[in-house]
Design a protein around this ligand. Structure first.
Ligand code: NAD
Length: 433
């Protein structure tokens, strides 16, 4: 089977490469000519563990290719996955479907035979139906096609593992033919008994938003509980463990911190609220989660201010810029929001991240970065741990103490044990403990 993936970003590149690994012939398409040129020359545009070797292997085997030629890719494919961005519309909370609809029009123009057009991008309920309308309007003749939804649940940083061993695959299809073709594509996962949820288009579209919003709610929930812990002198980690061991609750996503960020949760929570508003259904729980998250970075900045007795002129070193470890993605990163607030409050800041410094500098012009953890700590009034890369988990505290102006560690990810850090003579601040 030949398939194409339109949009070769974090999702499209991983999806295309993993399908090629399954033995499928995959063409990855992107409108960004520089990105495609780079990929053809073996340059991977994103940092994702394990991806480079897998791309190389599949390109060499002739199963994976990269092009800007959408027309050719569509003509040769039975299945066309749409994996372009669906950013938040700047004018309201809803998802901007411009790129998705551009692809739908192009697919229509080159529809030469029956095809399944599948949204991998996160798209609001009703998008599949709109794609059908656009293709029917723009296709020449009456070539049959199906529209399907196959939302992606991978996490950046462990994207390959998540694609290869998913908790479930969701397939929303208009008809049996499309559902069977997609099930066939995912056949390698049957061997590991991956549950496949086959449903209608609208339900599949909504499963993605309902899942992301639920995880966002869990994060905001524990962050609010952490605030209460600080007020009453309880330990949020004990609470998370005590709650999480209950199978009905589960242990994941009960870790307090500076709030959720990244390219998905912030926009997807707002988008589901927007969709619900259009149908006069208030999303009170998700709205509360968004409001808690919106205030979380300010609370973190307040913590830093309090421990230093003021921010103006303070010299800070900040560890970690990506929205989470093992990725270079800085979209909606809490670290960047905190840096912005700290700079506005008059702090002098230097940052370090193992892979995300270039992307962060593009977002925050003038951001000063250092060579490593110790370089940015030299002469600092405080070190702020914003993103918990593994290499920040075993900092040499005695060394830091000798090079910092003041031995202050603000650990926004609760990586360290308070007693251990304090025993080294540090002032230590964390979240909810
Ligand atoms: P991205 O910005 O990394 O990649 C999108 C790519 O689409 C870009 O390379 C862009 O050049 C390309 N593109 C845009 N318009 C195009 C067009 N008309 N033709 C061809 N290419 C075009 O985005 P991403 O993070 O991969 O996210 C893609 C979708 O997947 C979004 O809807 C997102 O919500 C969803 N998603 C993302 C993740 C994640 O962790 N990043 C996880 C699950 C779902």
């Amino acid at each position: 089977m030949n398939i194409s993936i339109v949009g070769t970003g974090y999702v499209g590149l991983v999806t295309g490469t993993c399908f090629a690994e399954f033995g499928v012939a995959v063409t990855c398409v992107d409108s960004d000519a520089a990105k495609i040129e780079g990929l053809r020359a073996g340059r991977i545009p994103i940092y994702e563990p394990g991806l480079e070797a897998m791309v190389e292997r599949n390109v060499r085997a002739g199963r994976l290719e990269f092009t800007t030629d959408l027309a050719g890719a569509v003509r040769d494919s039975l299945v066309v996955f749409v994996a372009v961005g669906t950013p938040q519309d700047p004018h309201h909370g809803r998802a901007d479907l411009t790129y998705v609809m551009q692809v739908a029009e192009s697919v229509a123009a080159h529809l030469n035979d029956y095809k399944v057009i599948v949204t991998k991008s996160t798209v609001p309920v009703g998008t599949g139906r709109k794609i059908r309308e656009v293709i029917e309007k723009h296709r020449k003749g009456a070539t049959p096609f199906s529209v399907a939804s196959n939302p992606e649940f991978l996490r950046e940083g462990s994207a390959i593992e998540d694609f290869m061993r998913p908790n479930r695959v969701v397939i929303g299809a208009e008809d049996e033919r499309a559902a069977e073709i997609l099930k066939d594509l995912y056949r390698p996962l049957f061997l590991i008994e991956t549950p496949i949820v086959v449903t209608d288009l609208a339900s599949a579209e909504l499963i993605k938003y309902a899942s992301n919003a639920f995880l966002a709610v869990k994060i905001s929930y524990i962050n609010e509980i952490a605030r209460l812990c600080e007020a009453v002198g309880a330990d949020v980690h004990a609470i998370s463990r005590g709650m999480g061991l209950d199978n009905r609750i589960g242990r994941k996503f009960l870790h307090p911190g500076p709030g959720y960020g990244g390219s998905c949760f912030p926009k997807d929570t707002r988008a589901i609220i927007g969709t619900a508003e259009e149908h006069d259904v208030p999303m009170r729980i998700i709205s509360a989660a968004v409001a808690v998250n919106d205030g979380q970075c300010d609370l973190m900045v307040e913590k830093i201010r309090k421990v230093l007795g003021g921010l103006k002129g303070a010299r800070l070193g900040l560890l970690g810029l990506s929205f989470k470890p093992e990725t270079d993605d800085v979209r909606e990163s809490a670290a960047l929001k905190i840096i912005d607030a700290l700079r506005r409050a008059g702090a002098e800041l230097r940052a370090y991240d193992p892979v995300a410094m270039d992307r962060a500098r593009a977002e925050l012009p003038g951001l000063v970065c250092g060579a490593d953890e110790y370089d940015i700590a030299a002469g600092a009034d405080a070190l702020v741990l914003a993103t918990e890369w593994n290499q920040f988990r075993s900092l040499d505290l005695p060394r830091l103490k000798t090079i910092m102006k003041r031995p202050v560690l603000v650990d926004l990810r609760n990586v360290y044990t308070p007693e251990d850090v304090r025993a080294e003579g540090f002032v230590y601040e964390c979240v909810g403990r």
